[in-house]
Design a protein. Structure first.
Length: 370
């Protein structure tokens, strides 16, 4: 089910466009937008290590951690590449955790068996979280449509695969699109193609396509810029270690956060080295929600929670016993806490004036005294 609330925009001097409201998107029973906590996606990817039981345990741990959704990847080695050991089909990056593997062998090891999908999605439903996937070719889209997934995710490396974008967009379901490696022109083209093919609800994810990614290469300031540029919700597909970067992204407007989840990094696997463990995922859910709550709204003056603290402000007090007719001086009039007297700005008004009645030390100043 998908619903929208129209956004509004306003042009000010210099041609700068300020987007005051962006469409709220509903995926399943979750609202995605600035007025809702970040939509947290736990990516299983290859962390099932070819065990359905392990995959289901990850789903269970994710639900317990409080995530909103589980995401799979739907492909076969044969739909990703060809079985070829030529140099161009090998991973030769010495810094890669997958060095010396062929692309075909990597994808074969990492793929999620298609016959598992329905079981995993059904378990997600039982646990009250959303299950969906990233298709990597048209056959995967057709397969996922039969399972009635509520939305689709496009991986960064497929962001420029316009035939795939058209196929997914033609379903009319929301699209979450990672933008790692992409130029502005490439993102613009992808968004335009998706809209023309029938997708009305697009969420872009800032992404750094290294595994793991480093904080210094994450460039989170792109998030609000991307939001204004493409007039859509923007989130983060995060491959950094830990939760700090993801939590920080909330302050810059991220409405969706995707992180890989495994049971334990020590268990190994293709993606384990940059994945969160269940306790870390639980912390991510808690900390991103707190960050979102802290954003609040533009507000001056005391909040309801602060009003009780007004009594601790400084105010005017009599600090020596005074008799009627005595003059207020620096010796008997002071600005101190608590705040039951008149505000300190009236200090000079009282200096030199005669008090109209006897006043004891520790009495808050009122206008009736002069």
């Amino acid at each position: 089910m998908v619903s929208n609330k129209r956004k509004t925009s306003k042009t000010i001097k210099g041609g700068m466009v300020i987007v005051s409201k962006i469409d709220t998107i509903k995926i399943g029973n979750k609202q995605i937008g600035a007025q809702s906590p970040p939509f947290i996606i736990a990516e299983i990817s290859a962390n099932h290590n070819q065990s359905l039981e392990r995959a289901l345990t990850i789903v269970e741990k994710a639900a317990k951690a409080g995530v909103d959704a589980i995401k799979l990847q739907t492909y076969k080695a044969d739909t990703m590449t060809i079985n070829e050991n030529d140099k161009s089909f090998m991973i030769e990056d010495t810094n890669s955790a997958w060095k010396n593997k062929s692309l075909y062998d990597l994808y074969d090891e990492a793929s999620t068996p298609w016959e598992w999908h329905e079981t995993i999605f059904n378990y997600c439903n039982q646990l009250g979280i959303i299950g969906f996937s990233s298709p990597f070719d048209e056959t995967a889209v057709d397969f996922l449509e039969k399972l009635d997934v509520p939305c689709y995710k496009i991986a960064s490396f497929e962001c420029t695969d316009l035939p795939l974008i058209k196929k997914v967009a033609s379903t009319g379901k929301p699209m979450i699109i990672s933008t790692g490696l992409c130029t502005v022109a490439e993102i613009e083209e992808t968004v335009q193609v998706a809209k023309e093919a029938g997708c009305k609800d697009i969420i872009l994810l800032k992404c750094t396509s290294t595994y793991p990614a480093s904080s210094k290469h994450t460039n989170l300031r792109t998030i609000p810029h991307m939001q204004q540029l493409f007039r859509c919700h923007v989130g983060l597909s995060d491959h950094t270690l830990g939760t700090q970067v993801a939590v920080t992204s909330v302050a810059l407007g991220a409405t969706v956060i995707e992180k890989h989840l495994t049971l334990s990094r020590d268990d190994g696997g293709v993606d384990a080295h940059f994945s969160l463990e269940p306790e870390e995922m639980e912390n991510l859910v808690k900390e991103t929600k707190e960050a979102w709550q802290a954003l609040g709204k533009i507000k001056y003056g005391p909040t309801e929670a602060e009003k009780a603290s007004l009594q601790y402000r400084r105010s005017l007090y009599v600090v020596k016993d005074m008799e009627e007719g005595e003059v207020f001086t620096k010796d008997n009039l002071a600005v101190i806490r608590p705040g039951y007297g008149l505000p300190p700005k009236y200090y000079d008004v009282f200096l030199g004036k005669q008090v109209k009645k006897n006043v004891k030390r520790g009495t808050p100043i009122h206008w009736s005294f002069i």
